[in-house]
Design a protein around this ligand. Structure first.
Ligand code: PLP
Length: 433
């Protein structure tokens, strides 16, 4: 892949190999709304299916529009290859399934998006994959929970609702010694954090959020750093080093570096095994929409973060609010993490705990006029939600508490409107509590 630019402002527009459509010369990325691709000959078709050469076969597995997005996102995150999937949830599922089988386990941070906790505690459990939770306040907790069936570490850069920035470097280092890759969900921090630079092996995003940016399309992506040492302990990663019967006994850890010259068995396996079998493909139309979002991401993220700081300062003056939760409003350890890992912005998610608990939380949301009351984050518009009665309502009390959600907690995703309008809306709503 062509990683010729290093600045996110440029990568969003020019990252990867696409310059123009080679047939029609269009500059905007064309939407290749096709399921299938004509093979040149029977030999060509056989080579593609046998992975002797790479090329388009079927849109469930690859698509030229989606490929432009994949190259740009990989460049943006400092990875060398990526795979788009139909949603952020699919990305989370794929990264686990790519390395784990029934009987295996993963160690995940206690601070996670509620949907991920549901996936981990129920669906993965039903597949025989155990998720053990480590409190990130001490990275050693990850080591303590490992055994010889542990296949990966999983965490979010800036998890809501706790908004405690994860100690990426420390946990990645522990994992590298054991041949356990750290997977980071960087959904809340595109551009302002680059987990691969801090040692993450794999990064995922819900593209539905800041990267798409306009709340139009659901999508997800998995990015491979290309620098994880899968050979360090081969018995640790059977899906990479044991023959895959679904591909005539191929060993991905050997075959992919030979075929591509790159250390990307993880991402290729995810594409040709999981996407082939599970079919969670991103539609080319959604890829096109998300490419439009990516073009302006660098500008938007700055405005999101700038507004969030102003809003946080305002909220701290309100006598209706018990506590303002923000990446830098944390104890010394997590404040230091925010400083170390977030550059050029401190994120645009804010939590508030209202003094009046559940009733105040609901009333606050019902009186907002500019803010949308939605389940999403990272839209250009300002958004609010009451997690205890919505996004986190399917968790039991214990998991809800562990995730940091209380009855009076309201999550704000600060948009790119003028800061005065955002603050005025919050003010008028707080006045009505
Ligand atoms: N990861 C995080 C941090 C999220 O906030 C979300 C959705 O809110 C997801 C993953 C799931 O993404 P999607 O809604 O695209 O499936």
């Amino acid at each position: 892949m062509n990683n010729k630019y290093k600045y996110p402002e440029t990568i969003g527009l020019h990252g990867g190999n696409f310059r123009k459509d080679d047939v029609q010369t269009s500059v905007a990325v064309p939407i290749h709304q096709t399921s299938s691709y004509q093979f040149n000959s029977t030999e060509h078709a056989a080579n593609l299916f046998g992975l002797k050469e790479f090329g388009n076969i079927y849109t469930r597995i690859m698509n030229p529009t989606t490929n432009v997005l994949e190259e740009r996102i990989a460049a943006l995150e400092g990875g060398i290859a990526s795979l788009c999937v139909s949603s952020g949830q699919a990305a989370s599922t794929f990264v686990v399934q790519n390395l784990c089988s029934s009987g295996d386990n993963i160690i995940a941070s206690t601070d996670l998006y509620g949907g991920t906790i549901n996936l981990f505690n129920n669906t993965l459990k039903s597949m025989g994959i155990e998720v053990r939770y480590a409190d990130p306040s001490d990275p050693e907790n990850f080591k303590k929970l490992c055994d010889n069936k542990t296949r990966l570490f999983y965490a979010e850069t800036l998890p809501n609702p706790s908004l405690r920035v994860f100690p990426i470097k420390n946990v990645a280092e522990i994992g590298k010694k054991l041949c356990i890759p750290l997977i980071i969900d960087n959904t809340a921090c595109p551009i302002i954090c680059k987990p691969i630079e801090h040692g993450a092996a794999i990064v995922i995003h819900s593209l539905t959020k800041y990267i798409g940016g306009h709340g139009t399309s659901i999508g997800g992506v998995i990015i491979d750093s290309g620098n994880f040492n899968w050979s360090k302990n081969k018995s640790r990663q059977p899906n990479i080093w044991e023959p895959d019967q679904s591909y005539h006994g191929v060993i991905w850890g050997e075959a992919i570096p030979q075929l591509t010259g790159a250390n990307i068995p993880f991402i290729i396996r995810a594409r040709v095994v999981l996407l082939r079998d599970l079919g969670s493909a991103l539609s080319p139309f959604n890829a096109f929409q998300i490419i439009q979002g990516l073009e302006t991401l660098s500008l938007r993220i700055q405005q999101h973060c700038k507004n969030a700081l102003k809003v946080k300062d305002f909220l701290e003056t309100s006598n209706k609010i018990e506590k303002v939760i923000f990446s830098t409003n944390q104890n010394k350890y997590f404040k230091q993490n925010a400083k170390e890992y977030l550059k050029g912005g401190e994120g645009a998610l804010i939590g508030v705990e209202l003094k009046g608990g559940l009733v105040a939380g609901k009333r606050f949301i019902d009186n907002l006029k500019l803010f949308y009351h939605v389940a999403n984050i990272g839209d250009a518009r300002s958004l609010a939600i009451h997690p205890a009665s919505t996004t986190h309502s399917q968790l039991n009390n214990e998991d809800m508490k562990k995730s940091g959600v209380t009855d009076g907690y309201v999550r704000l995703s600060i948009g790119i409107e003028h800061e005065n309008d955002i603050i005025n809306d919050l003010k008028q709503s707080l006045d009505k509590i």
